[in-house]
Design a protein around this ligand. Structure first.
Ligand SMILES: Nc1ncnc2c1ncn2[C@@H]1O[C@H](COP(=O)(O)OP(=O)(O)OP(=O)(O)O)[C@@H](O)[C@H]1O
Ligand SMILES: [Mg+2]
Length: 307
């Protein structure tokens, strides 16, 4: 294990039910099967269910305990999954109190995740754009967005990208005039507000040229990865390319389309059998696709259209 080179992957998606937990679980298994030490963190505070994917019906300890007790380290609540090399920090059991961790608890969780001893840490995030979800997404080396090829899911993904980007800017734009302007832009719906990051750069450069340069750099460095899940047709596969184009055109943000996973009834069957699909049906097409997505994320590859 080389903790100095530890990689953190955050798996998010604006919409519920698109397959975030299904893919987090199986991507973590793939990494463990390749000989890595992997920690999987269930950070879906309102609807934690990763234990079910492994057939673990109940964990005595969970993130709730970590959040409640400053004496506990994240390592103290990790449980074995039955897969060699893969440990799980089971999600919060009690919704009240843990569903929206306070700022201090969030910072402690982020620090603890950074300190986990592993080659890879995978974080399964809840749906939506809660501040703790955005912060965990932004602290990762790879922020991975799971999207279904449906207009509602695509729309929520754009909303997530925009929210994450604006949150990132608020964290890096320390100049008070620029911060005030950013708050005005993100918190009010005035018609003069910049519509795209390109316009935002222009307006911010007018307030403070150095902040404008920082903004250009931050936009170039912000490269969320997108995985299309539950694809059924070649047209569904192409949705990833359209999203990449639209994100560049409207936000100036570069998405890396890292792969797609087919719709397969084995996904549900494996959950019912309480066995992750990579274990339940390792030779199935869907398992091969998940391994390919993992490979592309590790190698920093992305898909290009073939026509
Ligand atoms: N590739 C797939 N083919 C078929 N069904 C799938 C696929 N991926 C996920 N599913 C099904 O979709 C359902 C939701 O998956 P999952 O729980 O992973 O979504 P989620 O995004 O984590 O949801 P939530 O926002 O509630 O946490 C599950 O029943 C799962 O079996
Ligand atoms: Mg989930």
């Amino acid at each position: 294990m080389n903790t100095a080179k530890k990689k953190i992957w955050a798996i998010a998606g604006g919409k519920g039910g698109v397959g975030k937990s299904f893919l987090s679980t199986n991507l973590a298994i793939d990494l463990a099967q390749k000989g890595n030490e992997v920690a999987l963190i269930d950070a879906d505070f309102g609807g934690a269910n990763l234990h079910t994917f492994f057939g673990v019906s109940y964990s005595r300890v969970s993130i709730s305990d970590f959040i409640k007790s400053s004496q506990l380290a994240l390592e103290d609540i990790m449980i074995p999954t039955g897969i060699p090399g893969l440990r799980l920090a089971s999600g919060a059991h009690d919704v009240i109190g843990s569903a929206n961790p306070k700022q201090m608890q969030q910072s402690r969780l982020i620090k603890a995740i950074q300190g986990v001893q592993a080659d890879y840490v995978l974080i399964d995030l809840g749906a939506g754009i809660a501040s703790h979800t955005l912060d965990l997404f932004l602290m990762a080396n790879s922020g991975i967005l799971i999207t279904a090829p449906e207009p509602t899911s695509v729309e929520n993904t754009y909303r997530f990208i925009k929210s994450a980007f604006y949150r990132k800017l608020k964290n890096v734009m320390v100049h008070s005039g620029v911060r005030a302007f950013l708050e005005q832009v993100t918190e009010s719906k005035h018609e003069d507000n910049p519509k795209t990051p390109a316009e935002l750069i222009y307006k911010i450069s007018e307030i403070n040229a150095q902040a404008g340069e920082t903004l250009k750099y931050e936009i170039a460095a912000f490269k969320p990865k997108v995985v299309l899940n539950q694809v059924r047709t070649p047209n569904d596969v192409r949705v990833g390319f359209s999203m990449k184009q639209a994100s560049m055109k409207y936000f100036g943000i570069n998405l890396d389309y890292v792969g797609f996973v087919e719709y397969d009834s084995l996904a549900l069957q494996s959950i019912r059998a309480r066995q992750p699909v990579l274990i339940h049906a390792p030779d199935a097409v869907v398992s091969g696709s998940i391994r390919r997505v993992g490979h592309n994320i590790r190698q920093n590859f992305h898909l290009v259209p073939t026509n």
